[in-house]
Design a protein around this ligand. Structure first.
Ligand code: FAD
Ligand code: MLT
Ligand code: ZN
Length: 430
């Protein structure tokens, strides 16, 4: 964009959202152009902070007419580089859209603005004796819009499903600036394919989510039991799955040692083991009497501190993948045998065969990505499990997605965003 047309665009944006909500100064935009891990740093024409859906529509329209691409951003906690403007795009921050409507007890749902954090949504539900089904350690920053756009998983997918499963209705601003509202969608509708489903997991590449109606769950009637068990293999941990299990997570000894050191916590069990499985359950899980296990609700801290601990130790290469459940042992052994030239940390969401493979101290991130993703594909797994594709895996996504599916995605993108102004870097690497 020439500096003249950039000035014209900025003037138009200021007229829409007000001067104080168009940020251009380097110190003001800094928090929006780096990702949470520090791996990606971009630059932007401006950060625009609309305060209403109508303003989002006007911002998108101005950008489309000027041929300026837009990167929607929520809490900027994404881990695949998708929330960062890599090529000078306008950052469209949704954080001011944080309206929280009263809970509708009849449909057991709530309508919230896209910028609402998951933590505040959980709090709102709790106050009404209900619960929101998605939980993740980034809850105090991650937003409703961002979690829908990435179809975030988190710790309770095994019992409640992923974010997409909580969505009962959406309001979206499409790439041409039109507002599409499916907020009042009936629980059972037969009016043809619902555009709502295309937005879940679209990572800002098809439109801007401005509001959502979300399903709430009854709150647990009693306290849940939290158990940490030392296991030799992950398949042993899968044996603890039962109908009352709400969460089943794992981490390896390397993660545990790092968290103990970083957080100054005591060792939770008097043994060292290749893996530990953390179970949250409505009944006593089916754990053999001889197992090394400890029960305490505070044990969650060992699992939830891993991400922050690893980032404190260095700049990690972070890979989020999944393999079929009958291959978790094969994967966990093989990944440690790869030549990754760094400290490898393994943790994840066990019931989904999800692995977070983090490597710190490696000087060739591309080699790590290629080796780990190559192993995953060879075992029949998926290269992106819950964090999305973003820019981090765009090449691998295009290379490994079946051609008929890739053609479908290409047609959807061309139909809904023909000028490629919506987060063009994710998936397509434009
Ligand atoms: P952002 O990072 O701002 O954006 C993410 C993507 O969504 C980008 O592509 C962006 O363009 C798009 N987007 C954002 N808002 C909108 C919108 N309103 N409309 C359209 N597109 C939009 N993820 C998990 O799945 N499970 C976990 O357990 C988990 N734990 C985490 C723990 C920590 C400590 C951290 C830092 C991250 C964790 N994450 C986890 C990753 C991250 O929190 C999720 O991906 C989350 O969904 C991102 O939400 P956000 O609001 O920060 O989105
Ligand atoms: C987690 O499960 O802890 C998150 O997905 C964050 C991460 O991968 O580090
Ligand atoms: Zn995770």
């Amino acid at each position: 964009m020439s500096s003249r047309s950039e000035e014209t665009v900025l003037t138009a944006l200021r007229e829409v959202v007000g001067k104080s909500h168009v940020l251009t100064e380097p110190d003001m935009v800094a928090g929006y152009v780096h990702d949470w891990t520090g791996r990606w740093t971009g630059h932007c024409a401006a950060v625009v902070r609309p305060g209403s859906v109508a303003e989002v529509q006007d911002v998108v329209t101005i950008c489309r007419e000027a041929g300026v691409a837009v990167v929607p951003q929520g809490g900027n906690t994404g881990l695949v580089g998708g929330s960062v403007p890599h090529h000078g795009e306008v950052v469209l921050s949704l954080r001011r859209l944080d309206r929280l409507e009263p809970i509708d007890p009849a449909s057991r749902s709530v309508t919230v603005g896209a910028g609402m954090t998951i933590g505040s949504l959980q709090e709102h539900a709790r106050a009404a004796g209900l619960a929101y089904g998605v939980d993740l350690a980034s809850r105090d920053s991650a937003t409703v819009g961002g979690t829908i756009a990435t179809n975030a998983g988190g710790t309770h997918v095994v019992s409640n499903g992923d974010t997409g499963r909580q969505v009962m209705g959406l309001e979206v601003v499409m790439a041409d600036g039109t507002r599409l509202s499916r907020l009042d969608r009936m629980p059972k509708e037969g009016l043809g394919p619902d555009p709502l489903h295309l937005m879940i997991g679209s990572e800002g590449s098809l439109g801007v989510i401005t509001s959502a109606r979300l399903r709430l769950l009854p709150r647990e009637a009693r306290d849940l039991m939290v158990v940490l068990v030392a296991v030799q293999t992950l398949s042993e941990g899968l044996g603890f799955l039962g109908p009352e299990v709400r969460a089943i997570e794992f981490f390896d000894e390397t993660c545990l040692e790092a968290v103990i050191e970083h957080r100054g916590l005591p060792r939770p069990l008097p043994v060292e083991s290749p893996f530990y499985v953390l179970i949250e359950s409505g009944d006593t899980p089916n754990i053999p009497d001889v197992a090394d296990a400890v029960v305490d609700p505070r044990l969650w801290v060992y699992r939830e501190s891993i991400t922050e601990t690893i980032s404190a130790l260095g700049l990690p290469v972070k890979l989020d993948v999944a393999v079929p459940l009958d291959r978790v042992d094969e994967f966990s052994t093989a990944v440690k045998e790869l030549d990754l030239e760094g400290q490898v940390y393994l943790y994840g969401h066990l019931a989904e065969g999800n692995f977070h493979v983090n490597v710190v101290g490696n000087r060739d991130p591309e080699a790590v990505v290629d080796r780990v993703l190559g192993l995953v594909v060879g075992l029949g797994g998926v290269i992106a499990s819950e964090h999305g594709v973003g820019v981090a895996k765009a090449d691998w996504w295009r290379r490994t997605t079946e051609s008929s599916l890739l053609a479908f995605h290409r047609r959807v993108k061309e139909a809904l965003d023909p000028h490629r102004i919506m987060n063009p870097g994710v998936f397509w690497g434009d």
